[in-house]
Design a protein around this ligand. Structure first.
Ligand code: FES
Length: 128
């Protein structure tokens, strides 16, 4: 089994084994503050600032959640994983940063960054 060549547009954030399962970890990529979450075999990277009042999502927790669409009660998305803000509980999907619960602002979103594990190392793409 060969290892994938490094993508020059990605940042190497070290061995995946250095990240605990299901716990948000604050990381820096250049001047950006990200929260990195290892969940099962995958890793996810989001901006480490809640769009509500700026709390660090890295101080929050990972939860299981579902997404409902109120105008169509038949529509539901389940088995989502999210990070929950430690201050007021807003939650954002790990995959896309879209709000799963955001009080009066259901369209809230936190920026997400492409992240993956390659050759046992965490790689994140952050455009300049
Ligand atoms: S600062 Fe995150 S929910 Fe209020």
């Amino acid at each position: 089994m060969g290892s994938e060549p490094a993508d020059p547009g990605e940042h190497d954030l070290g061995p995946v084994t250095g990240y605990p399962q299901g716990e948000p970890v604050a990381v820096r990529v250049g001047r950006r503050r990200l929260v990195l979450i290892r969940d099962g075999e995958q890793v996810f990277a989001l901006r480490d600032a809640c769009p509500h009042q700026g709390a660090a999502l890295s101080a929050g927790r990972v939860v299981s959640a579902c997404r409902l669409r109120w105008e169509d009660p038949r529509w539901v998305q389940t088995d989502l994983r999210a990070v929950q803000c430690p201050w007021h509980g807003w939650s954002f999907g790990l995959r896309d940063g879209r709000a799963l619960f955001a009080g009066e602002d259901p369209g809230a979103r936190v920026r997400s960054y492409p992240a993956r594990v390659a050759g046992g190392r965490v790689r994140v793409r952050v455009e300049r």
